[in-house]
Write a protein that binds this ligand. Structure first.
Ligand code: GAP
Length: 492
């Protein structure tokens, strides 16, 4: 598996992700998505929205505001419970999450070896003196303060006056925007249970120990669904909430598999009683084998009727659903699949990254699913000094760009251009050469064909320029290379 450092370096070099405010020395744990990163991110969000919202008859979308009424966060429990235990080193002032100290490698000055310094793996004792960590894991010298609870929400003020009455928070999850709009959406869209509301948007958490590139940041994006079910319904012999929880786990797993994550790199982690959030009846995390080890990619929780009941209590509005058949008002149960966009992007990057040897040379290639690749097709002129080749290549790119993400590049020789596109995961390259436009000096007629090259197999086929948009569309839509090539062969 590739290392995080390799990915961070590729991401910077090829315009995927830059450190935020880099010219000022960077902002801790904030990252900016560059030209290719934003395309990749938008494509992930686009396919998620299409597959989970637009294509499902039981789903609708929402875009709620980030700043909400402060009572939302009181009702949701975030003001009182959204905390992590924090400790500080009295010497080096580094901060840690108290509950993660045992997962951190630690520095130790060993008395059994005249005070030699060792870095000891997380959770292990010193192999020389047998001591376990008690001091700061970073400097190995400072005492740690007793744990204090630290609220992870970013506080801000609505309006010009910084007074208590104006305090609100940047949302730490998109979910609450959905709960408080439950009635608006259900009634305006005349929805019957079960139905779901999906939302993609920014969330903010003042994490004590952010890090591991875009895995844990203070500003990130979520793709969340709140799926409302009638707790009195029985589906396939089971309570509706339990049935739909399993269905969403299967659907989410299948979705990540469909866009390229390997089965061997995905697993489910069931929360035990101690791990369960206060609102949850059951939570299963989908974990991915990141370079930092198995870690949470997304969570799928059964939040029961907790949120709607709390908002009803705090707002005084009855957030219920009228069950026509039973002639009763019920508070729906909620199944919540919640994925981080940035973590999904990191997982797709990790999975796509390959170093291969081609004719004795190293080739770095990102084997993205064609629908996720930041650039769908690159149009490359074989000779940039020939105006007719360059003009034709630009015209083909312009045509393609009406349908897919297409770029033009003539800044190197063709072999180099192919390698560059491989390195950013472009599934197809279209090359315009002398045969395409002909050579009047040599009396060679134009054949009007271009070469399409496949990123993964590096196979090539000649295609009439007039059919490039259709052929590229078919390939990106999942038609097999061999079938398209055979079809071109038959028709030309
Ligand atoms: N509404 C439920 C909720 O927010 P969560 O497990 O705290 O649940 C859901 O977050 C997902 O959001 C996580 O699985 C992860 O993908 C992403 N996420 C959470 N905190 C994050 C952070 N600090 N940086 C990046 N992504 C984060």
């Amino acid at each position: 598996m590739t290392s995080m450092d390799t990915l961070v370096s590729l991401c910077k070099r090829r315009g995927f992700v830059f450190q935020s405010s880099e010219i000022y020395g960077g902002t801790g744990s904030c990252w900016d998505y560059g030209p290719l990163g934003v395309e990749l991110k938008n494509k992930i969000k686009h396919v998620w929205w299409r597959d989970f919202i637009q294509q499902r008859a039981d789903m609708v979308g929402l875009d709620a505001s980030i700043l909400m009424h402060p009572m939302v966060w009181k009702a949701s429990g975030h003001v009182d419970h959204f905390t992590d235990p924090m400790v500080d080193c009295r010497e080096c002032r580094h901060r840690f999450r108290a509950d993660q100290l045992e997962e951190t490698a630690w520095v130790h000055y060993c008395p059994a070896t005249k005070g030699n310094k060792f870095t000891i793996p997380a959770g292990e004792p010193c192999s020389h003196c047998g001591a376990r960590r008690t001091l700061c894991p970073d400097c190995g010298k400072g005492e740690l303060t007793p744990p204090r609870q630290f609220n992870l929400m970013f506080k801000t003020f609505i309006g010009p006056v910084e007074e208590d009455a104006a305090v609100t928070y940047l949302r730490p999850e998109t979910a609450q925007g959905i709960f408080v709009n439950f009635e608006n959406v259900q009634q305006s869209m005349r929805r019957k249970l079960p139905f779901g509301i999906g939302q993609i948007g920014k969330a903010f958490r003042n994490e004590i120990t952010p890090g591991n590139f875009i895995f844990r940041t203070r500003e990130f994006e979520q793709m969340e669904v709140e799926y409302f079910v009638n707790p009195h319904d029985i589906v396939e012999g089971r309570p509706a909430d339990e049935y739909w929880h399993d269905r969403w786990i299967e659907d989410c797993l299948a979705w990540f598999r469909r866009y390229g994550l390997g089965a061997e790199n995905l697993r489910l982690h069931e929360h035990d009683r101690g791990e369960l959030a206060h609102y949850s009846k059951r939570t299963a995390d989908l974990q991915y084998r990141f370079p930092i080890g198995w870690s949470e990619l997304m969570g799928i929780a059964n939040r029961t009727d907790f949120d709607l009941k709390e908002h009803a209590k705090f707002s005084g509005k009855a957030l219920t659903y009228f069950d026509e058949e039973r002639k009763e008002h019920v508070v729906p149960y909620v199944i919540e699949p919640s994925a981080g966009v940035d973590r999904a992007l990191l997982a797709f990057l990790v999975e796509a990254y390959r170093e291969e040897e081609v004719r004795g040379e190293k080739r770095v290639v990102l084997r993205f699913h064609p629908e996720l690749a930041p650039v769908s097709v690159a149009v490359l002129p074989l000779l940039k000094k020939r105006d007719d080749i360059v003009r034709t290549a630009h015209a083909i790119r312009d045509d393609l760009s009406r349908h897919v993400t297409a770029v033009y590049d003539d800044t190197a020789a063709i072999g180099r251009l192919y390698r560059r596109q491989d390195e950013v995961g472009t599934p197809y390259c279209v090359t315009v050469d002398v045969q395409t436009v002909g050579d009047t000096d040599k009396g060679e007629a134009a054949d009007g064909k271009v070469t399409i090259r496949d990123r993964d197999s590096m196979e090539q086929m000649r295609v009439p320029a007039s059919r490039v948009v259709t052929v590229v569309g078919e390939l990106l839509g999942g038609k097999r290379w061999a079938d398209v090539s055979a079809q071109i062969g038959r028709s030309s």
